[in-house]
Design a protein. Structure first.
Lengths: 141, 141
């Protein structure tokens, strides 16, 4: 039975589900930062997924990425599977701006997160939702 | 005509070619650090590739990743498309160890690279070459 890693449960908000992956929002209000977690047990690296799952993952990632580009109009997306701290495979998608706090450095491990307030959370979710195609299952937690 | 970004030319050594992507070795001897660059002009994000190219890219990435896992026996792979400094789409693959210089932080933007000497370069390339399947074009530059 797949279970989300406790650290991801603690740091993130579950905001939707794709066919393969759960969609999380990192609870860090200073960066539009989303995470896909394929619902597969014991997998820590992309290459450990079946070829079919890898193909679905890249599609889900690109659907999310295109939605993020349209919804948040960043200068760049940063997409990464790191997992040095949380080994459960998870794929970061961070919208970056030239005037953001960390630019041009990556955001990982740099800051203590500043959580969303209720309005900020609703806004960021609604903003993405407007740009995700209906074909992808999207159920607000 | 596709041309490798000058910064990648400067920081990396071209060590092979897959069907879609050039395979570069980051000239930083303290981390086994490889980069795939799809030979497509003007592409800065994975989602901008055609679906067929995205599928090839994930296959090439996973072939490389599996080879790296076998050749270098790291604790974790870090795979990332960042591009805040060099916008040309390129996919980092870094083998990480619990006792490496940066663990558990990511390696990007942290250190001034320490280049390989001739023997070190030959060794790292031979080590990976032994674990990459023949089906993938591999021509030492």
């Amino acid at each position: 039975m797949f279970e989300l890693h406790p650290q991801l449960q603690q740091d993130c908000l579950e905001i939707g589900r794709f066919r393969l992956s759960r969609l999380l929002l990192m609870n860090e209000s200073r960066f539009p930062w989303f995470i896909l977690v394929p619902e597969r047990e014991w997998v820590t690296e992309i290459y450990q997924l079946s070829e079919a799952d890898q193909s679905v993952l890249v599609k889900e990632s690109s659907t999310l990425a295109r939605g993020l580009a349209e919804a948040f109009s960043g200068e760049k997306l940063n997409i990464a599977a790191i997992g040095n701290v949380v080994p459960q495979l998870h794929l970061h998608h961070v919208v970056r701006y030239r005037n953001d706090l960390a630019w041009p450095a990556p955001v990982w491990g740099k800051f203590t997160p500043m959580p969303y307030d209720k309005d900020g959370l609703a806004e960021v979710v609604a903003r993405l939702q407007a740009f995700l195609p209906d074909a992808f299952l999207w159920s607000l937690a």
